[in-house]
Design a binder for this molecule. Structure first.
Ligand code: MN
Length: 231
């Protein structure tokens, strides 16, 4: 059997201090996982976690020391940044206990859950899916993955995002409503997690719009930096 045309190349993310890359299987995202962001989105901040997905090839991998270029997408007047801790899964499983979640983590990265906020607001009002607001091309810029064995299990780390040098988002991953272990436990009740899955764990308050020409700088303590220019 032969493919009728060449398959699209496997989406992949660089790994810090390695020539190997991490092949992306699925991208899961947690909604409203920081109380102050949930409030700015109009929620009370006490809801159970919920999930949505982006296609694997929505990743925009950015190598260390470089600035990724994200094309401003069509069909939006309000493109928002959301800085997030990304968890890379190295060992799959279903119904994973929070207590053993660390065994399934390959490493961590800094990611941006770029969002067409105007389309998301319309979808929320109409009770429609979020795919066009969340799962578009290049909607998941991501820096190199840092191995768990180097970073250690993260329970607190400063998370920060600036646009053109002006601070926009500033928090700590300790402020997540559902921590990484709980997110893995919850998510693995719904899906068979697989090696190669990425989990975007939600964004803190301070989301806002970017325009073509803007440069986004995202940082999480211990995980380096992610630089992305909107073009
Ligand atoms: Mn998000």
């Amino acid at each position: 059997m032969s493919f009728i045309f060449s398959p699209i190349p496997q989406a992949a993310v660089p790994i810090a201090d390695s020539d190997a890359v991490f092949p992306v299987h699925r991208i899961y995202c947690v909604g409203q996982n920081y109380a102050e962001h949930a409030k700015e989105m109009g929620a009370t901040g006490r809801e159970a976690p919920f999930f949505f997905m982006k296609p694997a090839d929505a990743v925009l991998p950015v190598l260390p020391g470089t600035t990724g270029e994200m094309p401003f997408p069509g069909m939006t007047q309000n493109l928002h940044h959301e800085v997030e801790l990304v968890v890379a899964i190295g060992k799959g499983g279903r119904h994973i206990d929070a207590a053993s979640a660390a065994e399934h983590v390959f490493g961590y990265a800094i990611g941006l859950d770029m969002t067409r906020r105007d389309l998301q607001s319309e979808a929320k009002k109409a009770g429609r899916p979020w795919d066009t607001s969340k799962g578009f091309d290049c909607s998941a810029p991501i820096a190199s993955i840092h191995l768990l064995q180097h970073s250690g299990w993260l329970t607190d780390a400063a998370i920060h995002l600036s646009v053109n040098g002006v601070a926009r988002q500033k928090s700590d991953i300790a402020n997540m409503i559902w921590n990484v272990a709980e997110v893995i436990a919850y998510l693995s009740k719904y899906y068979m997690l697989q090696p190669g899955d990425l989990i975007f764990t939600g964004t803190p308050e301070g989301v806002g719009a970017v325009q073509p020409g803007d440069v986004i700088e995202a940082k999480i303590a211990g995980l380096g930096e992610l630089h992305v220019k909107v073009i």
